[in-house]
Design a binder for this molecule. Structure first.
Ligand code: GDG
Length: 500
């Protein structure tokens, strides 16, 4: 049976577990991230489909069922798994996406690695995703494509299935023309994205950057621009915009542009944070750390997350403020998602070197200033650390949104805690009561963390209350509803999805 909604995302929507020699497909263990939210859209349609990939030695004989039926709490849907070879995965995902697109999207021109990109393979893989989506989609269905590694899917899909409605969501920042145009495939990518009915980004800045890139190479016309909603314009943020383009014309078609910041599952996090188990764990963490204040930093091991710059700032903090020695501890959780890539191995080594140096220079038998955690922390424990940490120090150099800072606020059901947030995280345009910091400036990094440590309780609680209100209002359901509105407005001519 064809599907009314097809989600195209490189990741599979469940975990595959072997039980007594049989494969079972289970809800992902990790409740965070956006996969559960995406799946919840299947509850709004008669039939849904998901397109992902799975590695196979021989794509002609993959050795696994290509299309499987899933029936979980979100409803019934099929998952098409494209058999990709190890070489295809490496070329399309690790090389083109991570070594060429990722640095450009985050504004790191100097890290951009052009030479190993195999563009024909990138096209081939994107074509396979488009074909699989076309095979699943009902007449007039909505096909929702996610992220830059599937940039060419909309263009191919438009050719294969002119009837479907295509929506694309970018989870990363989108740079302006000066940076985006470093990519030699820029025109092909933009032409593909302009085949969409809706192109979604987290914040207005990325929308306007996309328009600047499109305008630099193609004849696009701005049909509509509107004032940015007050909840997305904190004055302090380097990423603020005052107005945003909402409709573009390209070759006689209207492309709707949407800024909707992804939120977190506040109900779920609050329930976890309030549970007796978490409370007990929080007491235990507090007892272990004693009087020392806990500064918490969580993120993937990636140069965009600014881990090295943050540890260096912490080192300067202890150097310049000897009275802080013994009174603060930094828990720096940095988990590698791409453990084998050279760039990430180098960062891991650098983090270990700096953390070791700080501990060697300032630590004592009783007090270790930095706990560098490189293994994933179970989400339950993470929530307990969020609850126990006096300060969350989130300082990416560039980040599409950053969900960790929102999770921290959601977990602070006690109303205390200080969030120090980089101006270059998309979330900074929403969380105006965070202590802002510029990770490119030593002065700003050092003074922001010192300021956060010294805030009195009334000020801490006032700021946290403001941030919690925004995080609760603009949660993941708010994002989902916003996406729905985008579908309804622009995709209304299709079969349509039922509003909840
Ligand atoms: C991309 C964009 C955008 C981290 N360590 C552990 C752990 N995490 C979880 C956090 C959070 C998630 O990973 C990270 O989300 P972020 O949003 O911070 O970052 P990216 O992975 O880079 O995500 C980003 C996002 O897409 C959504 O559009 O916000 O800008 O780069 O949920 O909690 N979870 C557990 N243990 C860990 O050690 N369980």
């Amino acid at each position: 049976m064809p599907s009314d909604l097809v989600i195209v995302y490189h990741r599979q929507p469940y975990e595959e577990v072997a039980v007594n020699g049989k494969t079972e497909y289970r809800e992902n263990k990790s409740p965070n991230g956006i996969v559960p939210t995406l799946k919840s859209f299947f509850g709004r349609v008669d039939k849904g489909a998901w397109v992902a990939w799975k590695e196979a030695a021989d794509p002609a004989n993959p050795g696994f069922e290509r299309v499987i039926e899933i029936d979980d709490q979100h409803g019934k849907y099929t998952v098409s798994r494209l058999p990709l070879t190890k070489e295809q995965v490496s070329s399309f995902y690790h090389v083109s996406s991570k070594e060429a697109f990722w640095p450009i999207l985050h504004g790191f021109k100097e890290r951009y690695n052009y030479d190993p990109v195999d563009w024909p393979t990138f096209r081939e893989v994107n074509w396979a995703f488009a074909e699989a989506a076309a095979a699943e989609a009902a007449q007039g269905a909505v096909v929702w494509v996610h992220d830059y590694n599937l940039w060419l899917v909309p263009g191919y899909l438009r050719t294969l299935r002119p009837d479907v409605k295509i929506s694309f969501f970018h989870h990363t920042p989108f740079p302006g023309a000066d940076i985006f145009n470093v990519l030699p495939w820029r025109k092909e990518i933009l032409e593909s994205l302009l085949c969409c009915d809706v192109v979604g980004f987290h914040i207005p800045r990325y929308v306007n950057n996309f328009v600047s890139a499109a305008r630099s190479l193609l004849e696009v016309e701005t049909l509509k621009r509107q004032k940015v909603k007050p909840e997305m314009t904190t004055e302090t943020s380097a990423l603020s915009e005052q107005s945003v383009v909402t409709d573009l014309d390209y070759q006689g078609r209207t492309v709707r542009l949407q800024a909707s910041p992804v939120g977190v599952d506040v109900d779920y996090i609050e329930t976890l944070a309030r549970s007796q188990e978490t409370e007990a764990r929080v007491q235990q963490i507090r007892a272990e750390k004693g009087e020392a204040k806990l500064i918490l930093s969580v993120g993937r091991t990636d140069y965009t997350k600014g881990g090295i710059e943050q540890l260096e700032s912490f080192e300067r903090l202890l150097e310049s403020n000897p009275e802080l020695r013994g009174t603060v501890r930094l828990m720096h959780v940095s988990v590698a998602a791409n453990a084998n890539m050279t760039a990430y191995v180098e960062i891991q080594e650098a983090l270990e070197a700096i953390a070791g140096r700080i501990n060697g220079r300032y630590g004592t038998f009783e007090w270790q200033p930095v706990a560098l955690i490189s293994r994933p922390v179970p989400f339950r424990d993470l929530v307990a650390y969020y609850r126990a940490a006096e300060v969350a120090w989130i300082t990416p150099l560039a980040d599409g949104m950053n969900l960790v800072c929102k999770e921290y606020c959601a977990a602070r059901t006690d109303g205390d805690g200080v969030l120090v947030l980089s101006e270059f995280a998309g979330a900074a345009v929403e969380l105006g009561a965070a202590v802002p910091t510029n990770p490119f400036s030593h002065k700003s990094m050092d003074s922001a963390i010192l300021f956060a440590l010294q805030l009195d309780e009334a000020e801490r609680r006032g700021r946290m209350a403001e941030n919690r209100e925004i995080v609760a209002r603009q949660d993941v359901r708010f994002w989902a509803e916003d996406q729905m509105k985008g579908f309804d407005k622009s995709l209304g001519a299709g079969r349509g999805l039922a509003a909840e």
